[in-house]
Write a new protein. Sequence first.
Length: 309
Amino acid sequence: MNPVRSAYPYDYSRVEIAIAEYLPQWRSLQFDAVVAIARGGMVPGLMASMGLSLPLYALSYSRADRCVSWYTNQKPGAPSRILLVEDIAGRGTTLSDSLAFLQQLGHDTKVFTLAYDTDSRIRPDYGQEIPAGMRAWFPWEQASISAAFDQTGNQPAKPEHEYASWAIDLDGILLMDLPEHLYAQALQDTLAQRDLLLPNKTLPGLSLTDITIITGRPEQDRERTQAWLSRHGFHGPLIMRNESLYSAEQTAAHKAQAILARCHTHFLESDAGQALEIARQTRVARVIWWSGHQALLVHASQVEDLRLA
């Protein structure tokens, strides 16, 4: 079994930046065409072809018989200088077989992938080596990061969205979130009061019995938190904040890192400010703010200069 690896997210901004970095060099090489491997290479392939003002073609790959064929009706004339584009140089044979296919047709081919790592079958000519213990996560493969999708061996029997992995916040989702000033005034009395609360009458329309809970509550509260959850029928994994790593003010960072480390594709958060910060840090995860009765998908990107926003 492969070791668990944290998600290294590529949102569309990161993809665009990665391609823009190479455009001056690629222009000097005078490529004749860009060839993308469908499906993962289509988005970066389109961006590269537009940036280079070159025609875009695409290849199709069948994993069952390792057959490479043209995905597009048109194809570049041989011999051509080709930039072959894929999202990741993986452990499989897709990229290596596609490269061999083009070379056998007489094309002078260079390879660009958004990501590769030490386990990649081939090292691309251009691309980013992602940190050890990480795995690339792209927005066009939103659910493929999950453990359930991993178990398919990249040959899913169901639509990919059905492999999504959900996690939720605790306070404000499953039970009422008590005002912060009460904890400051009388911590133990407030914790005892919280222990007696019943689950909220209005709960998200998800299967909650075994769902993962990622909470900002500190690890020292595990016993009483687990007791409340078990008492009310919630038996999923419980991820709590390690105070040696994250202060209370860093709760959003704790949740974001837990989402990436556990490869969750969706997260439901009750605090709007935290939802925005979690979305900014996780980039590709679907972060939903739960107001108590409705769910709103949020997206956040850092603005460097307000005057240009």
